[in-house]
Design a protein around this ligand. Structure first.
Ligand code: GLU
Length: 275
């Protein structure tokens, strides 16, 4: 190979390698800004966290408003991708979404391939049953079928709280609730906010009740890409700002306030770090 060719070859190799290394090490913030959009994974059938508004046909909800605030802070538009309880972690780990705002409980067992923000919503797990079923708590679920969503914490928690029950995992919560309506399961179990959403968006909410004590604590975190502390800092800072400015309360009350159909008293405080 002539000298000039050798030089050209080495130079091209360096350029290719350079491009590869920069793109491989480009952080989530840079990727989002370059794209001009934050891609958020959200639920699309969990009222009032993430669902399709029947009138506007738009994806709306509490989780979506939280994402909107993060996109605004980044100065980019918001793009939404539907996720389920089972797909949100793999989608985030593979990079097909930048974050997951999807009713997701932050637990150590979920830390292997992703990271989490600080807690941005606090809930606990309960059961929803038919009013005339006579079921008062998980103690009454021995030998009974209980529906929940595939990939949720609820699958495991209910088994721990009531080892004698039979857990049926559905694609999502609407399917589990349909099974309850049809008498195929005796209860639906998940976080109380989701249960309130199922019950109060049904045509006959008075026929259903949420009963018993909380069987598990469910602190929600935004799912974030593993090992990107710049992005994690930005997201946490946005959450703290939302809380401090009162914007969080506005969003919360819009979806869970006393004037809504899904009233859930705000009984916890965000972990606030000083600036
Ligand atoms: N918060 C629970 C979880 O992350 C239940 C709700 C859900 O399935 O998203 O598994």
């Amino acid at each position: 190979m002539g000298n000039i060719w050798k030089k050209t070859f080495v130079l091209s190799l360096m350029i290719v390698l350079g491009v590869f290394l920069t793109s491989a090490s480009a952080g989530t913030i840079e990727k989002i800004k370059e794209r001009g959009a934050l891609i958020a994974g959200v639920k699309d059938a969990v009222i009032p966290f993430g669902y399709i508004d029947a009138e506007t046909n738009q994806l709306v909800g509490f989780d979506i408003d939280i994402c909107r605030a993060i996109a605004k802070n980044l100065g980019v538009e918001l793009k939404l991708k539907p996720v389920t309880s089972a797909t949100r972690i793999p989608m985030l780990a593979q990079g097909s979404i930048d974050l997951a705002a999807a009713t997701m409980t932050h637990k150590f067992a979920r830390e292997d391939s992703i990271d989490f923000s600080i807690t941005y919503f606090m809930d606990g797990q309960k059961i929803l049953v038919k009013k005339d079923s006579g079921i008062k708590s998980v103690a009454d679920l021995a030998g009974k079928k209980v529906g929940t969503s595939k990939g949720s914490t609820s699958e495991k928690n209910i088994k721990e709280a009531q080892p004698e029950c039979n857990v049926l995992s559905f694609e999502g919560y609407p399917q589990a609730f349909l099974a309850l309506r049809q008498g195929k399961v005796s209860a639906v179990t998940t976080d109380s906010g989701i249960l309130v959403g199922l019950k109060n968006s049904a045509p006959d909410p008075e026929d259903y009740v949420i009963v018993g004590d909380f069987i598990a604590a469910e602190p929600y975190g935004l799912g974030l890409p593993e090992n990107d502390s710049d992005f994690r800092d930005l997201v946490n800072r946005t959450l703290v700002d939302l809380w401090n400015t009162g914007e969080y309360l506005k969003i919360y009350n819009k979806w869970f306030g006393p004037k809504t159909n899904f009233y859930l008293p705000l009984t916890w405080k965000m972990e606030i770090w000083p600036y």
